[in-house]
Ligand binder design. Sequence first.
Ligand code: DON
Length: 305
Amino acid sequence: MEKTLKEILNLNRKYTNYGQVASYIPELKNAKRDDLGICIIDKDNNIYKAGNCDTKFTIQSISKPIVLAMALMDNDWSYVFSKVGMEPSGDPFNSIMKLETNDSKKPSNPMINAGAIVTTSLIKGASVEEKEERMLKFFRKLANNDTLDINYEVYKSEKTTGDRNRAMAYLLKNDGFVQGNVEEILDLYFKQCSIEVDVVDLARIGINLAMYGVNIENNERLLSERVSRMVKTFMITCGMYDSSGEFAIKVGIPAKSGVGGGIMASVPNSMGIGVYGPALDKKGNSIAGVKVLEELSHRYKLNIF
Ligand code: DON
């Protein structure tokens, strides 16, 4: 399998020349655009790796399905979905438009920034410190990696330049979709996005979702079967933003991308996949990463449909 993975990376390496490394969060500019790495963990806990699999990058929007899972575990589902919708938006991940034009002004789904700020606001905890601690603990459990931590340089960079998210969060408060201290909610959101991972961590998160919330290494239940289904459903319908339809057609696997260059994919009952390639298309998805997943899906018939 590792031989095939290397071959797939080599075949698609040319795509690292296309697109741009994210720069709207200044600290992300430091990524090396020709890095390309993949890790697969299957349901028998075999781990296969190729390319830049030790390179660290920030999880960014791949944190959104994880925080959604937490919000669903911390609250009544009807309450969660009274604050955030279930429909793909078809708009860019950072669009503010539908917060004004949607009838209810409710963010379309928890995978776009506006919806993710809502789910972050729903994380329970007696203090901001407790919320952060619970969040980090849950990420560590899902990645089965106690060393996961926040990259404070990226966090500061995003906090200083995140005025678009700030604008959205204040609108959401004005319209009753978030409650409490907006700056504290944003702070937690910027921190969740700045958690540093590698492709092995992403593959581990992917397999835990693929196995319906049970950690195959120790049989611990991390989330319920229904929550894991909901999360994967949001990944297939909204996980690649306004490319989700095309990705579902071409790759057919629940996946979530982040502007750090990572993609986490989860093939139900079968495997978790982490891919890294920091040069992004205009929609914020890794160009080479998507190509690698497309090839992988064809070769191993991973399309779930
Ligand atoms: O809020 C932001 O803009 C970033 N922290 C996350 C955006 C992101 O990863 C979009 N993904 N492709």
